[in-house]
Design a protein around this ligand. Structure first.
Ligand code: OAD
Length: 239
């Protein structure tokens, strides 16, 4: 148990978005120079885009996957891992990010609601597999051998994010909900603050600037994630 603003906290849900990885050098989506400033998401991140132009979609995700080798977790990822290790209650970490920086930062449990860059999904046998290197429409499934059936195991616009039942259950029972580095423009993640509040949780937003749903949080702290997350984790562990 810890105290936050005079309230006992036994269970925490943390939601992260692209902003937590920004200081590691991973581009966000909607900031200046963000991925969606350079690419139309409707031409890259939808099932229809994949049907129309698979080569473009494979190239985009292959490039993002290979970029992971050049980046490292930052203090914000590490601070959340420390919270998971040292907090006496429950800490459930859900991320919209498809990078592996939470894992490399030391997090023991990470719920990737939008999938992972380092995974492929076979549309023939429906298995998800670890994928370190490039794959494309000529690749064969390591599990069933089908050729041309591998897609990036990421959730595209129009698809249902993963683990929603578990996330909803965690939100329904948490005492503290913390959103970090997310613009609040993409649902269902943008609606988690309302779910948590509805269940009686205290809610905190840590973001470089107020998000689209900033007004729904009890507390808002503006700044870079490496600073704000480290400070909040220290506060929670001290309390
Ligand atoms: P966005 O790019 O929409 O938002 C990133 C947020 O992080 C913005 O509010 C920035 O102000 C903030 N930010 C940037 N740098 C920061 C820093 N150093 N410290 C703290 N905050 C910082 O990214 P997401 O909200 O994660 O989905 O995007 C949500 C989803 O939209 C993604 O998962 C992806 C995208 O389309 C799919 O592809 C399905």
């Amino acid at each position: 148990m810890a105290q936050f603003n005079g309230r006992f906290i036994g269970s925490i849900v943390v939601l992260t978005g692209a902003g937590i990885s920004a200081e590691s050098g991973v581009p966000t989506f909607r900031d200046a120079d963000g991925l969606w400033e350079q690419h139309d998401p409707m031409e890259i991140a939808t099932p229809g885009a994949f049907r129309r132009n698979p080569d473009l979609v494979y190239r985009f995700y292959n490039a993002r996957r290979s970029m992971l080798a050049a980046v490292a977790p930052n203090q914000a990822h590490q601070a959340l891992a420390r919270l998971q290790r040292e907090f006496a209650g429950e800490v459930f970490l859900v991320t919209q990010n498809v990078d592996d920086l939470h894992e490399r930062g030391g997090s023991s449990q990470v719920c990737h609601m939008h999938g992972q860059l380092q995974a492929s999904l076979c549309t023939a046998c429906r298995r998800s597999m670890h994928a370190h290197g490039d794959f494309d429409r000529h690749s064969s499934c390591p599990a069933c051998g089908a050729v041309g059936c591998l897609r990036p195991d990421v959730v595209w616009f129009g698809e249902i994010p993963y683990y929603m039942d578990e996330i909803e259950a965690r939100l329904a029972e948490c005492d503290l909900f913390i959103a970090i580095g997310t613009s609040g423009l993409v649902y269902p993640a943008a609606g988690f603050v309302q779910r948590a509040r509805g269940a009686g949780a205290t809610t905190v937003e840590l973001n470089r600037e107020p998000s689209e749903v900033a007004g729904l949080f009890h507390h808002r702290r503006q700044g870079l994630a490496t600073t704000t997350v480290s400070a909040l984790v220290a506060e929670l562990l001290a309390g």
